[in-house]
Design a protein around this ligand. Sequence first.
Ligand code: NAD
Length: 366
Amino acid sequence: MKTLKFAVLPGDGIGPEVMEVALDVLKSAGEKFSFTLDYENADIGGIAIDNHGTAFPDSTKQICEASEAILFGSVGGPKWESLPPKEQPERAALLPIRKAFSLYANVRPGLLYPELTDASPLKKERIPNGIDIVCIRELTGGIYFGQPKSTCTLENGEEQAIDTMVYKTSEIERISEVAIDTARARGNRVCSVDKANVLETSVLWRKVVTAYFAKHAPEIELSHMYVDNAAMQLARDPNQFDVLFTENMFGDILSDEMGVICGSLGMLASASLGAQKNSLGLPFGLYEPSGGTAPDIAGQGIANPCAQILSVAMMLRYSFGQLEAATAIETAVEKAVTSGNRTGDIAFGLDPIGTKAMGEAVLSYL
Ligand code: NAD
């Protein structure tokens, strides 16, 4: 029997609530598909600031280093918002953990089951068969990481802030490879999104992507779109895209838009992958829901655990090669939510059944 060794970092807000349910589903999948779990919990984000004085403690990093994958909740909340920006959970935990493990590729499926089209703010006639796209976002470059990044006071007393957007060829090529792999497993179509009409980094992005695809994947239909148009097209006709492929900040924004048109942030999982392989020869990755800590509903037991459960499925698929178990979990989630089990965020007028009850519904279909 195989043992899956991974780190569990539930984080803050709804993180621990949805993580508990997701681990129950994973344990049950283990019984069915003959694997056991060896995981260790560690603090990250606000709770780590409270317990260790820093959002990404060395002890947490060591537990992650000794693992084959990281199962992540989400971090942040009002309690830590008055800290200096550099010390706040998202900046002091999320960005460093991505950097520490060189997790440069974020894979975020945007999936809306046809039965749930009423949960999307888009008109039903625009998405009669639901939505099925995937966003590949570069995660460790661009304006979030580029230097210089600073705020200073000018001679006239005004404050001035600087962020720097930087990309180099190798960073664009390695993420192009992920977009190609993803497209090959889907519809062989990639739309690369940039702002090449005004940004130097985008001019380079478009040039490198075009050359890389021509050389390594000529069979893939590659198109290019400016980010402002991509934001409009996502709201107009999302299924025109198969793989949406873009740099860090544009991906951050577009993938959240993708979340809302798919009806619920609580349904969307993501994988962050890097160059590093685990001891199984598979990608080391960090798996997390697309949403945040939802402070407005934390502690009420109504958060949707599906994104966390689907993150478990992605971890099984990418980092442990447990494809059958991953598909079984994805199918169980689909059956649970399309047979009337809905949590608050996708209810739109229905009574939320609650986090634990949703977990039980998923378990009943596993
Ligand atoms: P959010 O994603 O936490 O919440 C946005 C809305 O979506 C809220 O109304 C929330 O109730 C709802 N929502 C999100 N996940 C849900 C779920 N599973 N079930 C039901 N409803 C859900 O975004 P926000 O309000 O902008 O941020 C709140 C905190 O989370 C902030 O501190 C922010 O920094 C942090 N955050 C963390 C991450 C991360 O850890 N990766 C990502 C985004 C935001």
